[in-house]
Ligand binder design. Sequence first.
Ligand code: CA
Length: 359
Amino acid sequence: MKRRDFVKKIGLGGLATGGLLGAAPSHAAKRVNWKMVTTWPPNFPIFQDGVERFAKDVRAMSGGKMSIHTFAAGELIPAMQSFDAVSQGTVEMGHGAAYYWAGKIPAAQFFTAVPFGMNAQGMNAWLTSGGGLELWHEVYAPHGLIAFPMGNTGVQMGGWFRKKINALADLKGIKMRIPGLGGKVIAKAGVNPVLLAGGEIYTALERGTIDATEWVGPYHDMRLGLHRAAKYYYYPGWQEPGPTLELSINLKAWNELPRDLQLIVQTAAAASNAWMGAEFQARNIESLRSLRDDKKIEILPFPDDVLRGLRGFTQETLDELAEKDALFKKVYNAYRKFSAGNEDWNAISEVAYARTFTL
Ligand code: CA
């Protein structure tokens, strides 16, 4: 770059501070324009909001040097093609959940949630400070991807049921919308798990095409109107105890990104991770309050017998998958080790403390 162009670009104010020439490559670097696709419908509250917030933060923090143009599911490509789009570099970034890619990478499920696994606090600790993120990067690298945690729903709800569940045997023959590992586990209890997109759930439940469904939590479930389609709302969401959402990035594009912009992306993702977690908590608190006031519905805990049975089926399911896939086994072992310690510490911290609420 010619000197006068450089002077023009950084402005006189910059020159007056001196020592700026060292910073020239970064200041002179060309603007970065990236595309980001998500697996969420347009305006999907919290999920898509968090993504747009992230893009806005990156632009502001980089002083406009980096712009990320976000596309909700279907606006550029269908939701479930976003993995390939980011992996192949058609777009540079994606947002979704690693367990959506279980068909390609069974081990990826541990980076979102597994039934009876860790909650948001545990997942954040494992990923940030327990070696989880390094493992995630190792699993994604052969696919030309790198990922960072960006959002967590917190413990979900067990779901809406049209009839009361008093024992494990009551699950037999039920048709329930429940995807992923949760579906595989509950099938062992005789449930017929079905896959339905968000937009199809209310009608199916209201008409009795399905007998039960899980979705997210009070806030998102009420927005779908599920409280008007079934009477019994069960907790806790054993199937998804704290799903981590992912920011996925094309590895080549990431490696070519200047260090300052890499840090901005990571910092904005971490901010969005915290923001989404807080939003889920705050909105669920409000929505639960209105559900408690609704005399037409009952909010009930799953009986211990049901949870004990499902926990056993989860163990079986994870062991079967570990037999079939060496990478799954490797991540499972690391996850299990951290999770066991997490449960031990939680028992005398979070759980013991929560018990005081009802004394
Ligand atoms: Ca769910």
